[in-house]
Design a protein around this ligand. Structure first.
Ligand code: ZN
Length: 304
């Protein structure tokens, strides 16, 4: 298999996690972080299963957001095989669930929604797109429950659901196709990639924040704590004992600053303040000079 588009942690999740460390985040955003983290873990688990089972020549594109006929189609994983394109909606639910009147419910009856609604829509949009592109490949979609603890009662075998116990069999079936891919498959992958859009609406899901009210200081890369013992070469977290090079720790703070304030110019003064003025002054210009490009003259110097 070849990964044409790798999965990365969603930008929204990254930003919310930084804010969670540095301000009192409203509960609904904290819950959003938890559910996004759970979803992301599930997707990563599926990626590792693909790596394990797929030796055949297939192309994998993750996290695609396509606009088709003015409608958005979000695809967790898409696998291009010689004759069929498979798209997966990945769910990382744990525990026992039941299907009733095509709705997914917990055993106590709490409604989770119809897992097939979005899948049907996305599959249909992808078929329309392939039709417009004259791409003669079948499209098959499935909701894939990746968590090994997930159990589903009363599911119909006809529904396009892949349960944890069926994943390996499904992937082995995909792997058994020994026909080679050709130029057209690669062209299709490139075309899908070029059609991918970043989600412009995700800013609506971020709470208001401003520089002044955020807590300054160096935070642990592992647990987010501010209890950091800064040393010359290696620094460590007093809370979780994580340790890494001091440069790496500071670089991460610079990345966080850039992510939260993409419009702001990165200067030594600002990064020094952002790090809680806990770093020796010579160190920050050295790190910035090493990893970023210096631009502007004397007082206007900043790094991009
Ligand atoms: Zn820590």
């Amino acid at each position: 298999m070849e990964t044409v588009k790798a999965r990365t942690q969603p930008e929204l999740l990254k930003i919310l996690k930084i804010l969670d460390k540095r301000m009192a985040l409203p509960v609904k955003h904290k819950q959003h972080i938890l559910s996004m983290e759970k979803g992301y873990e599930g997707e990563k688990l599926f990626d590792s299963l693909l790596e394990t089972y797929l030796e055949a020549e297939v192309l994998v594109l993750n996290d695609l957001l396509l606009k088709v006929n003015d409608q958005s189609a979000q695809i967790d994983s898409l696998v291009i095989t010689p004759e069929t394109v498979y798209l997966y909606e990945i769910k990382n639910y744990r525990g026992d669930y039941q299907m009733k009147d095509r709705q997914l419910l917990t055993l106590s009856g709490k409604e989770i929604g119809n897992p097939l609604t979005q899948l049907t829509r996305t599959t249909s949009l992808l078929r329309q797109l392939f039709h417009q592109w004259h791409a003669d490949l079948a499209v098959e979609g499935a909701v894939l429950y990746v968590n090994p603890t997930f159990t589903l009662y009363h599911a119909s075998p006809k529904d396009p659901l892949i349960l944890p116990t069926q994943i390996s069999r499904h992937l082995k079936k995909l792997d058994s196709q020994r026909v080679a891919l050709n130029r057209n498959h690669r062209y299709l992958a490139d075309r899908l990639l070029s059609k991918h859009r970043t989600d412009a609406n995700f800013h609506q899901l971020i709470p208001q924040y401003d520089y002044q009210s955020l807590r300054k200081g160096i935070t642990c890369l592992a647990c987010g704590s501010f209890d950091i013992q800064l040393k010359q070469r290696m620094s460590y977290c007093e809370k979780c004992e994580y340790s890494c090079s001091t440069d790496d720790m500071i670089l991460e703070q610079i990345k966080e600053f850039k992510l939260l304030f993409p419009q702001e110019k990165v200067t030594v003064k600002k990064i020094n303040d952002w790090c809680g003025s806990s770093v020796t002054r010579r160190r920050i210009p050295r790190i910035l000079g090493q990893y970023y490009s210096k631009t502007g003259l004397s007082t206007g110097t900043h790094y991009v």
